[in-house]
Structure formats: C-alpha cells, structure tokens
Design a binder for this molecule. Structure first.
Ligand SMILES: Nc1ncnc2c1ncn2[C@@H]1O[C@H](COP(=O)(O)OP(=O)(O)O)[C@@H](O)[C@H]1O
Ligand SMILES: [Mg+2]
Length: 495
C-alpha cells in the first residue's frame, strides 16, 4: 500500500510542507474519528494536466472509529474518486467552507450524513476531510453530545489550520485515546465535564469530589500541562503519580478559536500497569547485578582461602597445586568482574583480555622478565562463550610465561621473552593465537596425551564445551622459535 507521502507526490500537486501538515493531521485524527464516532476520509485533488476544470479526488487517508463499527469495509486509500460521486466534497473545495449534508456513498450503497471539512494550510484549501456519519443509536447521551461538540471545535481548527499542531507530541502510539477518558476544561481552567472513565482515573488519584465547575488544582491535583496548554495554546503531556502504584497520563489538546484558547481537551490514561512493569524490569536488572556481584565476591573468597591454604602447606607439590587452583579461580573472577559491571547476554571480551593479561603478569612475571603483547580484538561475545574461552586463554598464557623461558639458554634476537596474543574473527569463529619466542615444546610433547591438568582443562573447554579446535606446535628456530598455539571457537554454535 502506498503511503500518504508517496500518493501525494505521485498523484497531487501538493508541496512538501503541505504534505507534512496532512501527515500530522492523519497522525492525530483518530481523536477526531473517535470523538465523532465516524469514519473519516482525507481527499485531495488529483493533479491531471488534461483536466483542470473538474479534477478527480484521490483518497490520501482513511480512519475508522475505535468506539463503533466502521461503515466502510473497503480500503479506499489510493483510490480515485470522481467529483460526481462526491458532490459535497466538490462543493467544499469550491466554497472553502464546511459542507454538511446527505449523500449517497457508493462503497456503502446508502444515503448517509456527510461532513466535508476543508483542510486549510498557508491560506489554501489543500484537502477535504470527510466525515461519514453512521446511524445514531438512539438519542446521543450527555457525553456523546460533549464529544461531538469537541469534534466540531476541532473541525473549525482544521479549517483554520490550527489543528493539527506543529508539535509532534500530539500523535503516536501509546498516547491516550478518547475511550481512555476525557475531561473538557474551559478557558478559566474549570472542568466542564468528565467522562465516566476520566472520573475513574480521578478516583485512582484519590479525588472523589464532583469535578464539574472546579479547576483541577482546586480538586487537589496540580496538572501543570493544563495551565501550560491554556496559556501557550500548545498540546502537552504529563504523568501524575499517586504513591508507587498509580500513574495517570494527562494529554492536553488546546481548543483554539480565532487565535484564542477557549478550552483544553484533556485525555486521561491510566498507565499504572505500564509503570509497574517498568519498575519490575528495573528491579530484575538490579537483582542480576547483585547476583553477579555476589558471585564475584565469593570467587574472591575462594581464591583467598586457597592462597591461605597454600601458604600453610609444607609440601611444595601441594603448595604449587593450590597456587594453580587459586590462579584458575582468579581468572574466572576476572570474567565475572567484567560481567558484573554490565550484566547482559553479551560482554566486551577485550576488557576481559586486558584483565587476564594483568593477572598473568601478576602471577608469573616475578620469575623472569616477559613481555605480553596483545594484537587485535574479538569485540563482544556471548557470556556463555566468554567465560570458558577466558579460562582457556589464561591457562595458555600462563604456560607461555611459565614454561617457555625456563631451562632455556636465551631467546632469539632479544634478551626479553615475548608472548604475543593475536585476536581476530574469521568467518564465524573467534580466533586466538598465542605465540612465544621461548624454548618450544619438547620432542615427546603431545597435546592428545592427557597428562598434566592445565592442558587437559584447555582441551576440555575448547573442544568439548565450545566445540572449537586447538592446535599446538613448536616453531622452527629459523622462524623465530618458540611455541605457537591456535584456538578457534564458533561464535554462534549452541553451547
Ligand atoms: N608455551 C610453552 N612452551 C614450552 N612448553 C610448554 C608450553 N606450554 C606448555 N608447555 C609444556 O606442556 C606441559 C603441560 O602444560 P600444562 O598442562 O599447562 O601443565 P603445567 O603447566 O602444570 O605443567 C608443560 O609442563 C610444559 O612442559
Ligand atoms: Mg599450565
């Protein structure tokens, strides 16, 4: 279906500011349709060079009322309508005045009351807003009459180009609708009438006194936007809360006559449920944050316990084992530290890498000077992937600083050991390469033989848990020597 903008540019001679005005009208005219319990059509003149005398109309917009059944089942937007079929529309275009009468409507196949309201913009009649009135269901109730009188005043504003407003806040989803409740306020800020739903909303705010004849302020609610609308003739919105549980949205539309504000239509909507939902979501987020925080603290406690225990043991082997365990717990804690800062499904892995490198430097570098260089980055990764990957990288980095440069005559080309961590994405994989310029792996080394704990952990995490691959090899002395490890894990695979 073509949009109003497309239709206007293809079929009419209307310029951009005019089309903008019509767009704003159709964005806020559900109010008009609901107030008048009527179907609405917006018709403009078709730009036809061969027919200047009696041009056809094109339907630019159509609105159905929310509070009664529609009269028109067809979608008329984009259709061409002949002036003969719509004599009242033609008359409204020619006279520039509101035409109210009866007419046979083809798509309804009946004679019905029709209002043709000229839409004026910059002094020109740019379109006709057609109201197709359905049969009345008995005599109009008091508030139905009030609706219609507001509708009439808004129609005059359409013809005076004071409705729609330039401010965008009058339209859009989520705004109060007629059915949510209306309070009509006069030029002295006094309530002229309130619909039953509006009265209910006032009750929710704790106001039980009859509203008619009093200002909202006298009744005990201060709605600044009502005063602002009266004073500056602009539409405005404000949410009034009562305690934690009640929130009512007031949406004010000023009624303007001959340049003066004669009243304000205030649409009320009870948004308490929405606000409560929002609060719930916020609470949940805080809870997640708190859990992360506690996990982090607990991990820190565990690692302190391990450290204490390591210190107390006299067996060197036990001491080393406990020290390793402590280091492993700390690398998990590092991931949690980052997670607890920004809890969510994803985490910026590079922040974790930075902390990991610091951790490895801390634990092992005291032994001998080694430089750790990080190149590239992996960006954001899912948290499911980040934790195991971080723990595996911590093991591999620790191995490099721990084993590559011990019992070793000296590094090639340099007297400082260098460990390089290259990070990049390749297809759907997160890839990490760890390279050192140390002594390389022993001749009998095999990644597949499950002996030592460190590499067993790495194998398990990368292959079994992350469905990734890991390669480990010595580099020829001619190519710089040392060890090269490459880890690749799919980023989208289900874990
Ligand atoms: N970058 C490396 N350079 C030299 N040797 C390494 C390197 N990484 C691992 N190794 C060898 O592999 C062995 C197994 O490592 P690991 O499973 O982590 O156990 P651990 O670190 O406790 O010795 C190490 O003892 C070491 O001999
Ligand atoms: Mg190790």
């Amino acid at each position: 279906m073509a949009t109003l903008v497309e239709l206007a540019s293809q079929r009419t001679a209307l310029d951009e500011p005019t089309v903008d005005h019509l767009l704003r009208l159709t964005a806020s005219w559900s109010l008009l349709s609901d107030l008048s319990f009527s179907d609405m059509l917006l018709m403009a003149l078709v730009d036809d060079p061969t027919n200047h005398t009696d041009p056809n109309f094109v339907v630019l917009g159509q609105m159905r009322p929310n509070n009664r059944s529609t009269l028109i089942n067809d979608d008329l937007v984009g259709t061409t309508q002949s002036p003969d079929a719509w004599p009242l529309v033609r008359l409204a275009f020619e006279s520039g005045t509101r035409i109210v009468g009866q007419s046979r409507v083809e798509s309804i196949d009946d004679v019905i009351p029709i209002w043709c309201v000229p839409v004026r913009f910059n002094g020109q009649i740019v379109a006709i807003m057609v109201r197709l009135q359905g049969p009345l269901r008995g005599p109009a109730s008091l508030y139905e009459q009030a609706y219609l009188s507001i509708f009439e005043r808004l129609c005059s504003m359409v013809a005076d180009s004071t409705f729609p407003f330039r401010e965008d806040s009058v339209a859009g989803p989520g705004l109060p609708r007629v059915g949510d409740g209306i309070i009509l306020i006069d030029s002295k800020a006094r309530v002229e009438f309130a619909t039953p739903n509006a009265t209910n909303a006032m009750h929710r705010l704790g106001i039980y006194a009859p509203a008619e004849g009093h200002t909202l302020r006298e009744l005990g609610v201060r709605v600044r936007v009502v005063e602002r609308s009266l004073e500056f003739s602009i539409p405005a919105m404000e949410e009034i809360d009562r305690g934690h549980d009640v929130a009512i949205l007031f949406h004010c539309v000023p009624l303007i006559e001959h340049g003066l504000v004669t009243g304000v239509v205030t649409l009320l909507r009870d948004v308490s449920d929405l606000r409560q939902l929002n609060r719930l979501v916020l609470n949940k987020e805080a809870a997640v944050r708190e859990v992360h925080h506690r996990v982090k603290n607990n991990l820190q406690t565990i690692s302190s316990l391990l450290r204490l225990q390591a210190r107390r043991s006299s067996e060197p082997e036990t001491r080393i084992a406990l020290g390793e365990a402590e280091r492993r717990v700390r690398s998990i804690a590092v991931v949690h530290e980052v997670l607890s800062r920004e809890p969510g499904e994803e985490v910026v892995f590079d922040e974790i890498v930075r902390s990991l490198v610091l951790l490895v430097e801390d634990t092992v570098l005291a032994l001998h000077p080694v430089e750790i260089v990080v190149n590239g980055e992996l960006g954001t990764l899912s948290t499911d992937l980040a934790t195991p990957l971080a723990v595996a990288l911590a093991e591999l980095l620790t191995n490099a600083v721990e084993h590559a440069f011990t019992d070793f005559g000296g590094v090639k080309n340099d007297d400082v050991g260098v460990v390089t961590l290259n990070l990049y994405r390749e297809d759907d994989n997160a890839v990490a390469e760890i390279r050192d310029n140390g002594r390389g792996l022993g001749a009998d080394f095999s990644l597949e033989v499950p002996t030592s704990l460190g590499l067993s952990i790495v194998r398990d995490l990368i292959r079994a848990q992350l469905h990734g691959t890991i390669e480990m090899e010595s580099v020829d002395y001619a190519k710089g020597g040392g060890t090269f490890v490459r880890v690749a894990v799919p980023m989208t695979a289900r874990l």
